[in-house]
Design a protein around this ligand. Structure first.
Ligand SMILES: Cc1cc2nc3c(=O)[nH]c(=O)nc-3n(C[C@H](O)[C@H](O)[C@H](O)COP(=O)(O)O)c2cc1C
Length: 199
């Protein structure tokens, strides 16, 4: 039995929503399964269709497949806690965005670049879920190492590294991580939304 069939999802939505939103979560255990580019590219395809300010599409992605040089360059930049589990993933994806857009022949700041890259990552994560994969974002990486290893162009901001693969057996994880390998909860809706004001 694999972890995703054994793990109990106790998430309860307060209002009726599509099951994808509570079924997706960010586990840390992966099977040995590798991913081909044909299996990975649909994730970027989903991200490509995210909305963005003036349709600028500032998101940029770089990826490595486990065993190749790019994967090693990305894994090297992860903080040790993340590296320990994420280097077993089938793919590592770096999410970045272009900070400027061209206007009247000049580069001007795009205030929405991070917001839009976040939307794209959300689409990517949901597409992974629909493809029977898991995607786990990580902010724990050394930005200078990652920028150097991937020759990040000037004017690009790094946001996160995403570990992608097939969800593995919980027993293969170190004990400390086993306890965290379950869908977590969310703040009640009343703590994040109010009519005509912020809470
Ligand atoms: C931008 C971002 C950075 C994150 N950084 C890390 C990280 O460095 N290490 C980690 O194990 N999880 C990381 N996470 C995963 C979050 O802890 C996780 O998404 C959150 O607890 C909600 O859980 P869920 O994704 O399972 O619903 C990160 C998630 C996001 C979106």
């Amino acid at each position: 039995m694999t972890a995703h069939t054994a793990i109990k999802n106790t998430r309860k939505a307060e209002h009726p929503i599509h099951a994808q939103f509570t079924a997706r979560f960010s586990p840390r255990g992966f099977t040995e399964k590798t991913l081909t580019e044909a299996e990975l590219l649909p994730l970027f395809e989903a991200a490509r269709w995210a909305p963005s300010s003036s349709n600028h599409q500032p998101w940029r992605f770089a990826y490595g497949l486990r065993g190749d040089a790019a994967f090693g360059k990305i894994a090297e930049a992860l903080v040790p806690f993340n590296r320990a589990w994420a280097e077993k993933a089938a793919a590592l994806i770096v999410v970045a965005s272009r900070e400027t857009v061209e206007k009247d022949g000049k580069q001007v700041p795009n205030a929405a670049h991070s917001f839009d890259a976040g939307t794209a990552w959300g689409y990517l994560a949901l597409q992974a879920h629909h493809a029977g994969l898991v995607a786990h974002a990580m902010g724990g990486f050394e930005a200078d190492v990652l920028a150097k290893n991937l020759k990040l162009p000037d004017g690009y901001a790094l946001h996160c590294v995403v570990a992608v693969g097939e969800h593995g057996d919980i027993e293969k994880l170190p004990e400390a991580l086993q306890a965290r390998e379950a869908p977590n909860d969310r703040l009640p809706l009343a703590q994040i939304v109010a009519h005509g004001k912020f809470v």
